[in-house]
Design a protein around this ligand. Sequence first.
Ligand code: NAD
Length: 653
Amino acid sequence: MRNFVHTSHPSRVIFGTGTVGQVRDEVERLGCSRVLLLAGPAVAKAAARVRDVLGDLIVAEFDGAAMHTPVEVTERALDVLREHAADCLVAVGGGSTTGLAKALALRTELPQVILPTTYAGSEVTPVLGETQGGRKITQSSPAILPETVVYDVEFTRDLPVGMSVTSGVNALAHAVEALYSPQANPVIDGMALDAVGRIARALPVLVAQPSDTGARADLLHAAWLAGTCLASVGMGLHHKLCHTLGGTFGLPHAETHTVILPHAMAYNAPAAPDVMNRIAEALDVADAPSGVFDLIASVGGPTSLGRLGMAQADLPEAARLAVATPYPNPRELTYQGIESLLQDAWRGLRPASPAVHVPPALGATADLERLTEQVVASFADAPDPRVGQLLGDLVRHLHHFVTSNDVTESEWQHAVDFLTRTGQICTSTRQEFVLLSDTLGVSSIVDLLTNSRTPETTPSAVLGPFYTDGPPETAQGADISRGVAGTPLWADIRVTDTEDHPLPDAVVDVWQADKDGFYDVQLPEHEGPVLRGRLRTDDEGRLRFWTILPAEYPIPDDGPVGQMLQAVNRHPYRAPHLHFMISAPGHRRLITQLFVKGGPYLDSDTVFGVKEGLVIDFAPGTGPTPDGRAVDGEWRSLQFTFRIARIADAPAS
Ligand code: NAD
């Protein structure tokens, strides 16, 4: 039996899609008729919907909310509130706008109706952090707790993917720390674990499909649950550290939570093993801290304090501040421990896995661990720290793989032979290592981490092994098939920036397989390149060319990679596609592929390269061809616009 105390904080919660329609009723339900609307320019669309619904109940608006609720801003908003004799606060926005509503409510006791547009969770807590003269002061009071929260999933649909990821991890942090809080209780445990599972399921879906209603609903539901946890129990090391890094070093709120969470969990893991096991189960991973790190990395979230702009020289001071005043935490806080945590987070290291699992018969756990650490330490003086980090982490994973699978000598020899044969078959036109990376899904992961990060740009796809440097310069309207038989295909392509401005003079390399699935480099009968070309967009950012419809094809499967696929009953086929590499001055290079809608193997492409936004209708042509070319029989037409990011807009890779 477990003794516990649970305090709940009463608020009325309306959850769903289109719930904004109920805001007027909710204001009137509170007995109010003079609304001060708080909403910033970033949520203009949502604010317009609220204006439509509230109509003449709005007597004034204020759009100046700022991060960490500066008291000067609150005083300006207070003037507006008093001048118009408002009797109710309606806030549309993230934690900053909610913070302003809370600060005003604390001073006036006016009721609040909050419509959250992020996953920060502040709307269900009686807590307010305000800044004045560079100091952040946090207080808790029933007057701060908003009376009504209207969660409208539609209001989060436009939250950019990057912010959705960091805000979602901010919510995850509330749930994680609630589970090992000294006030933890069964009510909160249930909510926290439900939130962890929802966040882990929703984030990968959102990255692939940012407006997915189910995933958005899951994440918003989790934000509410996690916010409720935050309201009910005390937080530990993670929140304290983020508070210090945000308040004293000016780091951004949700991003800092995202970088720190796996490291704070790894620090606390030895003192809270049961909690970590429950989190790992909810995440469906073996180890909670590294599982959270992997989740964040896989959805393109930030993993390094250095990349957030923190100076490495400031880490000792941050560690000193974080341990200066004691607070409850599962594991004792030591300066050395926290400094080392911050160093790892600064470098973006994956938190160390728990002790290597060794079957009892082998016994020598300590020796194996010592050996791993010796090898890792041998990279410590690498002149390039990134090289040291990558090799060290590779060795940790490799040692863990060998010990946890109890790999035998003959299995390891087989692996060495396999890699030897993979190298031996490589030539200037046969790249077996690229095939290996592709069929293991690594190329697609690297591509996802580096390229497909903005929803406004066309998704990228892997380069593949058949690109050749310097394809033949090809004029607009020309036929890159150069007489190779197949169903003629007319391609009419536009290249624009993310705001739909055409990009003239972009260099576009195109390459593809023939109707039997072979690239020219695989067929000795072709003299010189076919089915590949380099074109340039015209003044309208367009390029048009003839080619033939690409066919599905097996990747070269007569080598070690083919044997590997056979050994696990996997087919070697790629779904039919055209490759594109697009370069325009001042813009990020885009490497991608367009797949033929309705074609075979779209759902089992052997290199895991198919993305929904790249599956395109290669429509049957009707009537005369666009350039008047005479075509006997069937022809197809492909129309597509590639959107590429300006270098200044592109997220750092
Ligand atoms: P935020 O409110 O500062 O929003 C971040 C940015 O995103 C802002 O520029 C905002 O205008 C924009 N934005 C918000 N919603 C958007 C949308 N749907 N589409 C596009 N842009 C949008 O950030 P946050 O992470 O929500 O909140 C952080 C603040 O909340 C911090 O000050 C933090 O201390 C506070 N907070 C307080 C509590 C609490 O219980 N007191 C809990 C969590 C966070």
